[in-house]
Design a protein around this ligand. Structure first.
Ligand SMILES: *[C@@H]1O[C@H](CO)[C@@H](O)[C@H](O)[C@H]1NC(C)=O
Length: 293
């Protein structure tokens, strides 16, 4: 594995730089019908029993282009922190993730979310990942997918950090990979209880521990209405059984015009005034939420 990776880097670049590269894993197994691709980045200085961060791309993107996107610095985080990053790649035209069909909005339903869960299941023994240090993050369509994964595979991830998405189950549709403008326009407004029910229904009867949720959104987002920020907060505070009133707030954090609100230890919101679509990944703040490196 390591040799072929290094060899590949040499052949491709023609240089003598021995550096880890983003590598496709073609047979990650599982029975999902989704043809999502799995790409993995194992840094040269990978730690023993490493942590794993799943980084899910936005629409009109792919694992490879998201990996290279300077606003998404998770490869650098991986290099610095010695943890592995897993980069799923969407099989759908337009590069969005399916967060509309029942196959993706239910646990083991065969859709894209199921395929990503299968990638994690494959990666844990293969790369000796510490199963209690698995995290998920994503932007836009990748954030929507992270929310769906959090609802349907609550035991798989320890924490999630979502940039500019919508609540799990907000983007519902008749078929695979459909656009739902009621949701993106911020017109899917519901009670906390209703959003909580929607999340719980994706893995009925589950009563174990769930991943901590960190939710980011920009106030002038014209692609995914900022109304979705509060709907996501409603959803996860309800799932954790806490109030939608923040227990603590911090202005200008982690930077000017961003406001951080805590809802107990398991839900945190960061609302970015004047920021559009999507909020760039804030590596240090997401890593801190995850407890990385
Ligand atoms: C869009 O999603 C909302 C829930 O957020 C749902 O009520 C509505 O039926 C969906 N629209 C379509 C066309 O499926």
């Amino acid at each position: 594995m390591r040799f072929s990776r290094v060899f590949g880097a040499l052949v491709l670049s023609g240089s003598a730089v021995l550096a880890a590269t983003l590598t496709q894993v073609s047979n990650y197994g599982g029975s999902a019908t989704s043809k999502a691709q799995m790409w993995i980045y194992v840094p040269d200085n990978v730690k023993a029993n490493p942590a794993l961060v799943v980084v899910i791309h936005s629409c009109q993107s792919s694992a490879q282009s998201y990996f290279r996107n300077s606003l998404i610095p998770w490869a650098q985080g991986s290099d610095k922190g010695g943890y592995i990053t897993l980069w799923p790649s969407s099989p759908n035209s337009g590069g969005c993730w399916d967060v509309s069909s029942k196959s993706s909005l239910s646990r083991n339903g065969g859709g894209d979310s199921n395929a990503i869960a299968n990638m994690v299941t494959y990666a844990i023994p293969k790369y000796s990942v510490n199963p209690s240090r698995v995290y998920v993050t994503g932007g836009s369509s990748g954030a929507m997918t992270s929310n769906v994964l959090a609802a349907s595979y609550p035991e798989m991830f320890v924490a999630a950090s979502l940039y500019s998405g919508v609540p799990a189950g907000c983007f519902v549709g008749e078929g695979v990979d459909q656009w739902n403008s009621t949701c993106t326009h911020g017109q899917s407004i519901d009670t906390a209880e209703k959003w909580g029910d929607t999340a719980r229904a994706m893995n009925p009867g589950y009563s174990g521990t769930r991943q901590k949720m960190q939710v980011w959104h920009g106030s002038v987002d014209t692609t995914i209405s900022p109304n979705n920020y509060m709907e996501e907060i409603k959803q996860w505070t309800n799932v954790f059984g806490v109030s939608t009133t923040a227990t603590a707030e911090k202005a200008d954090h982690p930077e000017k015009n961003y406001k951080m609100s805590d809802y107990g230890p398991n839900v945190e919101g960061i609302y970015a005034t004047g920021v559009g679509h999507s909020v760039p990944a804030h590596l240090a703040a997401s890593e801190a939420w995850f407890g990385l490196p």
